[in-house]
Design a protein around this ligand. Structure first.
Ligand code: ADP
Length: 525
């Protein structure tokens, strides 16, 4: 029970932060202080003698709140109220009101002391804080790309957001209260890694790492994790940790794909380089070998030719003196030397073409005549292979070409026809087509699969087993190089079991543009 004399009110008159005044048992204002004036806006003269219910909101007045408060204070000695009150100018403010009953010595009620505090500012600040906390909470809860959740100081999970559910696969109810080490692979859990993270975060203010985590379904994923300690207030006790986890699986997969792609490219580059080096080494070897073979071969040819001349002379002098069959054998040796010289020449041609040293000596020539000469030269071989040859070359089909090189091409095509189409007829045809001349070589041999048709014009490329058909795989390469140096083209049409048709097409006059890839055209016309 409180008893306050008027003297005490004198002391309180100047208190500014609180409205402190007395009301009589019915609620009429008896005293007024500076604080009351500042908070409510009335001067003492205006308000003393008025009923205190005028400070209440109209709806509170209607509801009988003023009388109820006094009744409670009367019964319990004291009542506290938080509510809006109204100032003189009609504006409202959030108030904390304490009403204390005052009794006289006999215990009869003398009135009440009212202490009112204006909480508007505090309330606004608290309200704003609550609002922003709520907004932040909603925001965090809604984030789907990041798992964001709180841990208590020991690592127990306190909150869970949509991202956490999406990334880790657990619903909030399955994880709240559990230790966050549940997201770590066993080996990390046993080594105390999760606890170490908390410790480092606390010691240094932050912990970040990229590492493996485990989803509810047991799947491991690559994650970026940031752990930040949260304190009650600056310098206050540890409240827990905020943990943000990002799923980097996709980024990692992309990085890995990039890495393996670039490794693959690197590997391919190395392989290509190796292959090119091997090709260069082979070309060099061929060139050196061909040059080295040429000299002894020329010497051998001279020796055998010399021996044959001696035998012929000896025979002329004394036919009986010459051993039987020597001449035949020397002739056959000369034939073999001729073939060997041919092969060496091909190798020299190839290394010349590779080095861009194919020189054409062009002069007027008739394609039909060149073709007939080739057939003539090969007549023995054609007969041996059992190939009947038809030549269809009505006109001269003349042009300006390197005759020996063109003969080389034709000889190659006809030799192939008899090699791959032995025992079957061969048709040769020369066509004139304006500025172009065409030669078609058709055989009815083994044919060529479509997948091999481009390849066989490459260096050392063959589409038949060496056991069945001997050869270096250089003839078509040389033929193509010669034809292209003339500005022409060579192609093939075939299929297994179908006729094979090689077509060489040449312009009658090689254009200057034909002097490509290091080849040179010299013209005598
Ligand atoms: P080689 O005949 O010495 O192997 P070529 O460069 O002349 O070399 O021919 C390359 C390849 O093309 C041959 O190995 C063969 O597989 C194929 N080929 C060439 N001409 C014919 C043809 N008329 N019929 C079938 N295949 C052929």
């Amino acid at each position: 029970m409180l008893a306050l004399g008027t003297q005490a009110f004198e002391l309180l008159r100047e208190v500014k932060d609180y409205a402190i005044y007395m009301i009589d048992p019915e609620g009429t204002v008896l005293t007024w202080n500076d604080g009351a004036r500042a908070i409510k806006g009335y001067s003492a003269a205006e308000i003393v003698g008025q009923h205190f219910s005028r400070f209440f909101m109209p709806e509170d007045r209607t509801a009988g709140r003023p009388a109820r408060l006094l009744q409670t204070a009367r019964e319990q000695g004291r009542v506290e109220d938080y509510a809006f009150r109204v100032r003189k100018d009609g504006t409202r403010f959030w108030a904390n009101v304490v009403i204390t009953a005052i009794h006289d010595e006999a215990g009869a009620i003398r009135g009440f002391v009212k202490v009112t505090r204006d909480l508007t500012e505090r309330r606004t600040a608290e309200h704003l804080l609550r609002q922003s906390e709520e907004r932040l909470r909603l925001l965090i809860e809604g984030v789907k790309d990041y798992a964001i959740y709180m841990l208590d100081p020991k690592g127990a999970i306190l909150s869970w957001n949509a991202g956490a559910q999406r990334i880790k696969g657990y619903a909030a109810g399955e994880v709240l209260g559990r230790h966050f080490s549940m997201f770590y692979p066993e080996e990390l859990r046993y080594s105390g890694h999760p606890e170490r993270e908390l410790q480092i975060a606390q010691e240094t203010g932050r912990y970040e790492e990229e590492g493996v985590r485990v989803r509810k379904n047991g799947e491991r994923f690559w994650a970026n994790v940031v752990l930040t300690p949260v304190y009650e207030w600056d310098g206050g006790p540890l409240r827990g940790f905020a943990k943000v986890t990002r799923d980097l699986t996709e980024r990692r997969a992309a990085e890995e794909a990039m890495r393996s792609a670039s490794e693959q490219i690197q590997l391919e580059r190395l392989r290509t380089e190796e292959a090119q080096n091997a090709l260069r080494a082979r070309d060099e070897f061929i060139s050196v070998a061909a040059h080295e073979l040429r000299t002894p071969l020329a010497a051998l040819l001279l020796k055998i030719q010399g021996a044959r001349a001696m035998v012929v002379r000896q025979r002329e002098g004394d036919p009986a003196s010459a051993p039987p069959k020597v001449l035949d054998r020397l002739e056959s040796a000369l034939g073999q030397i001729g073939r060997l010289t041919d092969l060496v020449q091909r190798l020299l041609d190839v290394s010349g073409i590779v080095r861009g040293k194919l020189v054409l000596r062009c002069e007027e020539a008739s394609m039909s005549s060149l073709l007939r000469r080739v057939v003539d030269d090969l007549s023995d071989a054609l007969a041996k292979a059992g190939c009947e040859v038809t030549v269809n070359a009505p006109g001269a089909a003349s042009g300006c070409w390197d005759p020996s090189r063109i003969e080389q091409v034709l000889a190659n095509l006809v030799s192939n026809a008899l090699k791959y189409g032995a025992g079957r007829p061969i048709e040769l045809r020369v066509e004139e087509d304006g500025d172009d001349v065409r030669v078609l070589v058709t055989d009815h041999g083994i044919g060529i699969r479509s997948g091999d048709m481009d390849r066989i014009f490459g260096r050392f490329e063959r589409a038949v087993p060496l056991d069945n058909y001997s050869g270096l795989g250089l003839g078509l390469y040389i033929a193509k190089s010669i034809v292209e140096a003339h500005g022409g083209s060579i192609r093939v049409a075939s299929a297994p079991g179908q006729p094979t048709v090689f077509t060489m097409q040449l312009p009658r006059r090689p254009a200057p543009a034909a002097q490509v890839s290091g080849s040179a055209v010299e013209s005598s016309s």
